[in-house]
Ligand binder design. Structure first.
Ligand SMILES: [Zn+2]
Length: 230
């Protein structure tokens, strides 16, 4: 009898624990992932930097091309927004550049094509995906850039940088400069440099699928934090 009561009590406790976990899960998902309809009018441009004959920087040990990694990271990040019902526009979906023939002026044509894509979709936010390089191989960690003097983009860059710093335990600041891709539309626009291909340890990490997913996820949360503060 005592055993029977014990079993019932145990079952009751178990049910309570499961219910509590379900409530907690709902609470987390409600605060972290907004309802799909809230994001249906949200369009994000994910721009994979470089492509084609313009490979960007290359890995110090493996010669991995920045342009190839940018494409993978752009798709990974973009799919996270598609999963919550946002409209995702990619400037490029293949390893090719956007310049047509690789003749004189291809870089200018490539950037103009990106601008045309950004302008045509009237986005809420623009995120350009890149990998970094520095003379000192010890330099590491993601860094977020924005157009100097653009306050909204500065706030956007700050939120994403803070989110990435939590993940990588860095205290990098978001940085300003003059960037064509950040001037294509009058909406908050940033460049995320996910890491340094000049750092052998980071070069290896950046090519790991789990690391890519985790750092894109952290970027996603940073962007969502900004979106809900707009
Ligand atoms: Zn680049």
């Amino acid at each position: 009898m005592i055993v029977a009561i014990g079993k019932k009590t145990l079952a009751l406790i178990l049910v309570c624990v499961i219910l509590a976990q379900i409530c907690l899960l709902f609470a987390i998902s409600y605060t972290s992932f907004p309802a799909q309809e809230n994001l249906s009018t949200f369009t994000i441009v994910i721009d994979a930097g470089h492509g084609g004959v313009d490979s960007g920087v290359v890995g110090v040990n493996t010669n991995v091309k920045e342009s190839d990694l940018n494409l993978l990271y752009a798709q990974c990040l973009g799919s996270m927004f598609a999963n919550v019902g946002a409209e995702v526009v990619y400037t490029r979906k293949t390893q090719d550049g956007l310049y047509g023939l690789a003749t004189k002026g291809f870089k200018r044509r490539d950037m103009q094509k990106r601008k045309a894509i950004i302008e045509s979709c009237n986005p809420t936010l623009v995120v350009s995906v890149h990998m970094n390089k520095f003379a000192l191989s010890s330099r590491q960690g993601p860094q977020v850039f924005f157009q100097k003097g653009d306050e909204k983009s500065g706030e956007f860059a700050s939120k994403v940088q803070q989110s990435l710093n939590k993940f990588t335990q860095n205290n990098h600041s978001h940085l300003s400069g003059d960037f064509y891709v950040c001037r294509c539309a009058d909406v908050p626009s940033i460049i995320v440099e996910f890491g340094f291909l000049s750092n052998p340890i980071e070069e290896e990490k950046l090519q790991q699928e789990k690391y890519m997913f985790d750092i894109c996820n952290q970027t996603f949360f940073g962007i969502m934090t900004y979106l809900y503060s707009m």
